[in-house]
Design a protein around this ligand. Structure first.
Ligand code: M6R
Length: 612
């Protein structure tokens, strides 16, 4: 959460930073700000609201500078406001700092500083850390770099910080622990950001800074050190990302662009891995570690949000195909309890961003206990990808809309291939079933295209139900987690209360909610549960609930029970979730739009949850 950008070089810093902040706005949009340094003058400008509001407030301001830092905030300590916006200025006014993360022991440090006579202009933990750094600098008569190093050894929590100093005309000091930082290397210039999107149009050469590393960044020089002041050789990687991938490309919103990209993102995910004709799946991350995977005593899946839903579907698939016990857990719960993790356990970590703080910390904990970590990650080079012992990227490309869509279907495609691969090696799937699933998987991009052709039908349904105050989503088996995902999508971008349930659980409580005003979305595709779910539809119909169903083409029963329905191509029940989720993504998008919500940046949310 929170996006940070920095620049030092010969260009005007402000336009580079502003553009970068717009690209990083998905990480938080409660307020934004910039600090610009020129000829010993350090100017800090900040504004509550989205980056566009900062931009407007900057008209007529002095923006001439070749070095600067900028921030877009997702509020943790202190309400969204001008004064809590970053950058923060130190007590002397000589330092400016931006921060992504949370300083957990800030209250103690603040008390010490207050006792020394400091007062604070904001409610943030960031201002506390900044004044702590300045206090160390002044008391020890040390350089900023030294003061940062000393301070960071004494703080707990997560941070990525960038600082500039009035008396240091071209240097940015940066450091990270738990929050991401990428440094782009240009000719006589450097770019710093939370991810590569603000950097990509200037250079493809980047360094991913690791935890507990500190960077001293000047136009012509990048020095990396650890907190023990030892130099580290920067490891330069080439970005494999095109500018077009992070732009809207003619769509109104990133979310709808990303929904419509799914035929190609799923194709890219399968490409080079799945060969249905030959009957093989090639995944180097699996192939190299196949013994570890097939001999796993147990698989634990750790994730949050939508990625957790992908994990629930994977649980059903892996247990069915591989006969290995699977447990799926919220990373946020796992990290704070005392879980039993043994050597032969395999942990599958699922994450779009690869930066989710809870997942990352949970993995660190599991790794300490000797577990083998297999990462299913979208963001290449991200922290979770790097902490994993092995893994497979989802190759969905940058996902910018806050609601996860194409990353979810990519996760399902990868997890399906991993399961099939393990099952094949383990001999727990018949040749016939294995081949038919491979063929079915290969057909998914085409079937998604067919679903998207009828997107307008979902728009009509969305218009009809946009004013409902609650929704229920019901599914069984592989489609139960899809019901959870449908409810989450609707909540986040339409602000309508929604719940997902296994359809059979209705009778144990939620059916009391049903009346003529309640839309109930059934994921009722043809599978072994079909007759059962039809009975559940009858039960809702009898209580006058409004039924919207996702059915299989050719189904003659479910549409007759529904007020509205949407048909999708037939698919094996293990594959179906990749298809059934698409109309639900569209439904939430069109309801959100109909309600005038900024679906790419819904209130209170941020794309990448890098704080706990
Ligand atoms: O980047 P991750 O997949 O680790 O993120 C996990 C969740 O924060 C994320 O899926 C969130 O629930 C989305 N906003 C859902 O659309």
């Amino acid at each position: 959460m929170c996006g940070i950008v920095g620049y030092t070089g010969s260009r005007q810093a402000y336009p580079v930073i502003l553009k970068g902040l717009k690209r990083l706005e998905y990480r938080g949009y409660d307020s934004s700000g910039v600090a610009l340094l020129k000829d010993g003058e350090l100017n800090v400008y900040k504004k509550k609201g989205k980056v566009a509001e900062l931009e407007e407030s900057m008209i007529g301001k002095n923006i001439d500078a070749q070095i600067g830092i900028g921030h877009t905030r997702w509020a943790t300590h202190g309400e969204p406001s001008d004064r809590n916006a970053h950058p923060h200025s130190s007590a002397s006014g000589k330092l400016a700092m931006i921060h992504n993360g949370i300083i957990e022991n800030y209250a103690l440090i603040k008390q010490d500083l207050v006792n020394k006579g400091y007062s604070f202009k904001s409610d943030t933990d960031t201002e506390v850390l900044l004044n702590f750094i300045e206090d160390i600098q002044q008391n020890n008569n040390s350089t900023l770099e030294e003061a940062v190093r000393i301070a960071l050894k004494r703080v707990t929590g997560a941070y990525c910080i960038l600082l500039i100093e009035q008396d240091n005309p071209d240097t940015i000091i940066a450091a990270r622990k738990g929050s991401p930082l990428v440094i782009g290397i240009g000719k006589g210039e450097h770019f710093l950001a939370s991810d590569a999107s603000p950097i990509i149009e200037y250079t493809k050469e980047v360094v991913y800074v690791n935890d507990y590393e500190l960077a001293i960044v000047k136009p012509d020089e990048l020095i990396l050190k650890n907190l023990g002041n030892e130099k580290i050789t920067p490891y330069i990687t080439k970005l494999d990302m095109e500018l077009a991938a992070i732009e809207k490309g003619g769509y109104d919103h990133f979310m709808i662009k990303e929904i419509f990209e799914q035929p190609s993102t799923i194709f890219d995910c399968l490409r080079g891995r799945l060969d249905a004709k030959e009957g093989v799946i090639r995944m180097s991350g699996v192939d190299k570690h196949i013994d570890q995977l097939i001999n796993a005593n147990r698989i634990m899946i750790l994730a949050c949000g939508t990625s957790w839903h992908a994990g629930l579907i994977a649980e059903y698939i892996i247990e069915e195909l591989c006969r290995i016990p699977v447990e799926v857990e919220y990373a946020s719960e796992f990290r704070y309890r005392n879980p039993i993790v043994n050597k032969g356990d395999v942990i599958i970590a699922i994450s779009q961003s690869g930066e989710t703080a809870d997942t990352l910390v949970a993995l660190e904990k599991a790794k300490e206990n000797g577990a083998f970590i297999f990462g299913v990650v979208n963001a290449v080079g991200s922290s979770i990808a790097r902490i994993s012992n092995a893994g497979a990227y989802t190759h969905a490309g940058p996902e910018i809309g806050v609601a996860s869509t194409k990353a979810f279907t990519g996760q399902l495609a990868v997890l399906m291939m991993v399961a099939l691969n393990i099952a094949k090696h383990k001999g727990t799937v018949s040749d016939e079933r294995y081949k038919s699933l491979l063929l079915e998987l290969e057909e998914v991009p085409e079937k998604v295209t067919a679903i998207l052709k009828n997107a307008e039908d979902i728009k009509i349904i969305a218009e009809k139900y946009k004013n409902a105050s609650d929704f229920l989503f019901l599914g069984r088996g592989y489609n139960f987690p899809v019901a959870l995902e449908g409810a989450l999508k609707l909540k986040e971008i339409s602000y309508i209360h929604a719940e997902g349930y296994p359809a059979a659980e209705m009778k144990h409580g939620p059916i009391a909610l049903v009346d003529e005003n309640l839309p109930v979305v059934f994921i009722a595709t043809k599978d072994v549960y079909h007759e059962k779910i039809v009975s559940n539809m009858q039960e809702i119909k009898a209580r006058k609930g409004k039924i919207i169903s996702i059915v299989t083409e050719g189904d003659m029963i479910s549409p007759g029970l529904s007020n509205d329905y949407f048909a999708i191509p037939p698919a094996d029940e293990l594959i179906a979730p990749i298809l059934t989720v698409i109309p639900l993504q569209l439904l939430s998008y069109y309801v959100g739009i109909a309600k005038g919500i900024d679906v790419d940046k819904p209130r209170n949310l941020a794309k990448s949850v890098t704080v706990e």
